[in-house]
Design a protein around this ligand. Structure first.
Ligand code: F6P
Length: 247
């Protein structure tokens, strides 16, 4: 894994935007994997500014999001559909965007459909990831099989607590979600993992120094041959001797 150390959240966001924009410019019809949560909002804001100032076009881009809550309407301000439209899609010229449908009548079928859709498009070229404090990627909670395709998850209490900040109350946070599986994520040709803030320092430490184990889902990324981590000083505050463990 290649690690790019940056000063803070702003630097992380602009470095990530630089990499993503280069990808969009280099490859026509590029397939991007996108994430939600607090981590990528600065990246999306930077993409919007670049689109307005430099005209980077997303007309030929197709995007696939990692996950979606089960039971929320697309128009619900807490759905990941809404988040993506509001934080990015409506501000740029992207036309082909996909997220799992958390209201599909047959959720199992929806999971299979989503993986097939990604495969039919030739797979994801660049997947953006954040990381949960417990090491989750997408909504793959600790204990998820590394071989899991897109599937339904029961959200951990700690994940619901962490995401409760977006809802009126913890009771409103859905208990289930659809997430791209670890297998789906690992099929991406390239992965860009963004890690910022002191709250993520322990996860960062475990990722770099710990074993590869299903108890810490992000640890599987060490087996991928093209992962770049952009981490800020606070996230790296618990990591010693970085140069010895960064490859
Ligand atoms: O970026 P945040 O808000 O810290 O969340 C971390 C991770 O948790 C999720 O929001 C899911 O809980 C992921 O989508 C995200 O990558």
């Amino acid at each position: 894994m290649k690690i790019i150390q940056v000063k803070n959240y702003e630097e992380m966001s602009s470095k990530a935007a630089e990499i993503l924009i280069k990808k969009v410019q280099e490859k026509k019809n590029v397939n991007l994997g996108l994430a939600t949560g607090g981590t990528p909002t600065g990246l999306y804001q930077t993409l919007i500014e670049d689109h307005q100032e430099n005209g980077t076009s997303y007309k030929d881009v197709t995007s696939f999001n990692l996950d979606e809550y089960i039971g929320l309407e697309k128009e619900d301000p807490n759905s990941y559909h809404y988040y993506m439209v509001d934080s990015l899609f409506k501000h740029i010229d992207i036309e082909h965007t996909y997220l799992p449908n958390g209201l599909a009548p047959n959720i199992e079928k929806e999971c299979k459909r989503y993986d097939q859709l990604i495969a039919d498009h030739g797979g994801i070229d660049l997947q953006i990831l954040g990381i949960g404090e417990n090491g989750h990627i997408g909504f793959n909670e600790p204990g998820t099989s590394f071989n899991a395709p897109t599937h339904v998850v029961t959200l951990e209490e700690s994940t619901r607590q962490a995401n409760a900040r977006y809802f009126d109350s913890i009771e409103d946070v859905p208990t289930h979600a659809i997430t791209m599986g670890i297998e789906t994520i690992m099929k991406s040709k390239e992965i860009l993992l963004l890690i910022s803030g002191e709250k993520k320092a322990e996860a960062m430490n475990k990722l770099l120094q710990g074993d590869i184990t299903e108890d810490f889902p992000a640890s599987i990324l060490k087996k991928h041959n093209c992962v770049t981590i952009i981490a800020d000083q606070q996230a790296l505050s618990g990591v010693l001797h970085l140069q010895n463990i960064s490859n």
